[in-house]
Design a protein around this ligand. Structure first.
Ligand code: GZL
Length: 359
């Protein structure tokens, strides 16, 4: 009798384990890979919704490749690797390509030029790329490259920024953050730091990038909805670049003497702004409150030291999720059109203890 009960219990536990494994979202256990900066497993990306992504699935036949070990994969990076986000992203793709043992990985960098990103992708196709991972520079302008890939039946997997092109025709899926939500979260952090009363300057990312538009609308709409005493007094691009963040901030401080808060679309521009605020004889994080997005070591460190007031993470460690998704696609599994990742929030209270998840 006892043996029978034990048998049932074992079966029950096995069943539960299988159900849990089947329900696990892609990317929730993406295995291995240092992911390019930032401490261990807990720093890896997590897919947000337990259904494993959102949106319809493309009815596209995978190319006839016998698994990732036989595949030549091309990765098109959009911006130069001077920003820790770009360094960590490219490294994560390289690390995971090695981990899964792809036959060959070709990496290109478009140096912020859409024409170069088009020709990079076409060059990789000419070199025999059979699968493409693309971090698009802009929402528009990559149609020639997507068309060239489609002509050769090469599937395109987007990471990090969205495009306006047709899903299923131009690409299989988009993997990345919810940028509108990041903007909303940045607004909440800045509201908390300023007691909901602020004259805010915004340092915007590159015009034409989906992430810039979304981080802007998320933030501005949140102020309008919830924080009537927070006013945006200036909003200008600094192209996601630290030195430009510094110059733009210098000008904004001169023309807006009452400015007491900054929202930067990325950490690099925030770090430039900190320098400009110091140079103007003010204390960053105190006289002028600062919130930004990314989660680089420099920014999380500044937050821990009181020179910033909040950071919303944008996790660039796409390698494990990208290769797992490609593997599933090659195996004929359904891939949703959007795979959205979860980002953490760094606050003055938790920055120190979470420093090792920064990149
Ligand atoms: C986000 C990414 C943004 C980063 C920046 O996915 O596109 O672009 O926030 C980067 O640091 O330049």
């Amino acid at each position: 009798m006892l043996a029978r009960i034990r048998g049932f219990l074992m079966l029950g536990l096995l069943g539960m384990a299988l159900v849990l494994a089947a329900c696990a979202p892609p990317g929730s256990n993406t295995g291995g890979g240092s992911g390019g900066g930032g401490g261990g497993e807990e720093a890896q990306q997590r897919v947000e919704d337990s259904g494993g992504g959102q949106g319809p699935v493309c009815d596209v036949q995978p190319p006839n490749i016998d698994g990732l070990g036989q595949a030549t994969v091309g990765f098109s990076q959009s911006e130069e690797e001077t920003n820790p986000f770009r360094i960590a992203e490219t490294q994560s793709i390289r690390d995971e390509a090695e981990n899964v043992g792809v036959e060959e990985l070709i990496v290109t960098n478009a140096a912020s030029q859409i024409s170069k990103q088009n020709s990079d992708i076409q060059d990789m196709l000419a070199q025999g790329a059979e699968v493409l991972i693309v971090a698009p520079l802009n929402a528009d302008g990559l149609e020639p490259a997507f068309q060239a890939a489609a002509d050769e039946n090469v599937p395109v997997f987007l990471i990090d920024r969205e495009v306006t092109a047709e899903p299923c025709e131009s690409y299989i899926t988009f993997m990345g953050s919810n940028f509108v939500r990041q903007g909303q979260q940045a607004a909440d952090l800045l509201a908390e730091a300023t007691n909901e009363e602020a004259q805010v300057a915004i340092l915007e990312g590159t015009p034409g990038a989906s992430v810039t538009a979304d981080r802007q609308s998320g933030f501005v709409d949140q102020l309008e909805a919830d924080y009537p005493d927070m006013e945006v007094v200036a909003s200008q691009t600094a192209n996601f670049v630290r030195t430009e963040g510094q110059t733009v901030m210098e000008q904004l401080l001169q023309s807006n003497p009452d400015l007491n808060a900054v929202y930067a679309h990325n950490d690099e521009m925030a770090l430039g702004a900190i320098q400009a605020i110091r140079d103007a004889g003010m204390t960053p994080g105190d006289d002028v409150k600062i919130v930004s997005i990314d989660g680089t070591e420099g920014a999380v460190q500044a937050l821990a030291q009181g020179e910033m007031n909040g950071v919303v993470e944008s996790n660039p460690r796409f390698g494990p999720l990208a290769f797992q998704t490609i593997d599933q696609f090659l195996n004929g599994e359904p891939i949703p059109q959007n795979i959205i990742i979860e980002d953490r929030i760094y606050t003055p209270q938790n920055a120190e203890e979470n420093l090792d998840s920064a990149y």
